[in-house]
Design a protein around this ligand. Structure first.
Ligand code: FES
Ligand code: FE
Length: 432
């Protein structure tokens, strides 16, 4: 097999305004291995939300960065993230997706661990010699676990900078995403878990791709929204509202559009008005406008997307160059009425998920790209130049994708310092 020269995989010509990505990056198993080492294992990865493990003993299990994890809250209230593999002979210690327990007991030989991961019980342990070290045989924690406003991130790099430092300029946008419900937001029980026969980086691009929305999701924008009484000219035609795209540094990025309120009436509308009034009281009218009247897709490098229109948290991980698994959750204000919740769910599933008007379109599009990449040797480059060099790129442009690719490219070449993710100095100023 010919060796990959990472440097040649991306053409980033800021003078001529051309940005191209070699399609080999979507198909090559060697590149995926390198991504696991250089990108995923050196980043902060979203693992879960503290509201999912609200009480001592509550736990959830999931795969994060390719490893099986247990997220559990101990008796003192502290969250932990343990690798879900038994120190005895390797079995999965916790087999359920979620639950509540006093002891985490391995099914295979019944070793049991307390909520801080300490080995608490070994059946027939008089068979072991004095050298058998119980203290060293607890559940292994991930090297780093930090939370930001309830969002738990893990890293497999013990030396990584703090989570807040890593978030950098993206933190302000994360705050805007989370402020809509105050600090009282919670993950709604249950998730959407699905997969795609497509490279994971295609979903990074797609999740903040304003350009695809109208042609790909035609039914949603020109039929469904019109059917529920919304003005389709907001999205199509010469008067459509233009949003912005920003590179936030370190590969993070955001697209932002003016939000259009859904036609909600009755008591749910009154409740929404009260939520707005409380928000204005808390942060002032101007900041409340900034929080509530814009829709944003925020990308946190390398694999986390928050979408404000549906209050969604979405993350994904590749199992093969042409296959990824995706998990998505709804993140909503605690304590709202059943009726408002129902309206929010309807909004969520009208676009997202297997029966939505959005997700199946995107799966179809991305799997189609992946099929096309079988011809990568003959048709070798994807173009991501849209809006390149514009001082104020729109959400229909592709700066937000170039930001991801520039950071990805730097890490894949072993460059560890900060990465300039913008096309030009004006864009850098706009993001600060
Ligand atoms: Fe877990 Fe033996 S593998 S107790
Ligand atoms: Fe889409």
């Amino acid at each position: 097999m010919d060796r990959v020269d990472m440097h040649d995989l991306i053409v980033d010509d800021r003078v001529r305004g051309i940005f191209r990505v070699n399609r080999r990056v979507f198909t090559d198993p060697e590149i995926l291995e390198e991504e696991r080492r250089e990108v995923f294992d050196r980043s902060w990865l979203y693992a879960g939300h503290e509201s999912e493990i609200g009480d001592p003993g509550d736990y959830v299990t999931r795969r994060v960065g390719g490893r099986p994890l247990i997220l559990v809250r101990d008796d003192a209230g502290a969250p932990h993230a343990f690798l879900n593999t038994c120190p005895h002979r390797g079995n999965t210690v916790c087999r359920e997706r979620a639950g509540s327990t006093r002891l985490l007991r391995c099914f295979y030989h019944a070793w049991a661990f307390d909520l801080t991961g300490r080995l608490a019980g070994v059946p027939d342990d008089d068979a072991y010699t004095p050298a058998f070290d119980r203290d060293a045989l607890g559940l292994k924690p991930v090297p780093r676990l930090e939370s930001y406003r309830g969002m738990m991130f893990v890293s497999y790099d013990p030396e990584i900078e703090s989570l807040v430092g890593y978030l950098g300029n993206a933190r302000d946008y994360l705050d805007l995403m989370l402020d809509f419900g105050g600090d009282e937001v919670e993950i709604v029980p249950g998730s959407q878990a699905y997969s795609m026969k497509a490279n994971w980086k295609l979903l990074v691009e797609n999740s903040m791709d304003g350009y695809h929305a109208l042609p790909t999701h035609q039914r949603y924008f020109s039929q469904y929204l019109a059917d529920i009484g919304m003005d389709a000219s907001n999205w199509a035609g010469p008067n459509r509202i233009q949003g912005i795209g920003l590179a936030l540094g370190s590969g993070h990025a955001v697209i932002e559009n003016r939000a259009r309120a859904l036609p909600i009436t009755g008591t749910a509308k009154e409740e929404l008005d009260q939520i707005r009034a409380r928000l204005v009281e808390r942060v002032g009218a101007e900041h409340a406008h900034r929080i509530a009247d814009y829709s944003r897709n925020l990308f946190i490098f390398p694999n986390l997307i928050l979408i404000s229109s549906w209050h969604t948290i979405r993350t994904f991980y590749p199992l093969a160059p042409d296959y990824m698994e995706i998990d998505a959750w709804a993140n909503l204000p605690r304590g709202e009425s059943g009726e408002l919740r129902q309206r929010r769910f309807e909004n969520f599933i009208s676009f997202l998920g297997p029966a939505g008007f959005g997700t199946p379109d995107d799966v179809y599009a991305l799997e189609g790209c992946q099929r096309g990449f079988a011809a990568w040797r003959e048709v070798s480059w994807s173009d991501i130049s849209r809006g390149m060099g514009r001082a104020r790129p729109s959400s229909q442009d592709e700066l937000q994708m170039r930001a991801f690719w520039r950071r990805w490219h730097a890490l894949m070449q072993g460059l560890r310092g900060p990465t300039d993710c913008s096309d030009c100095p004006e864009q850098r100023e706009a993001a600060e």
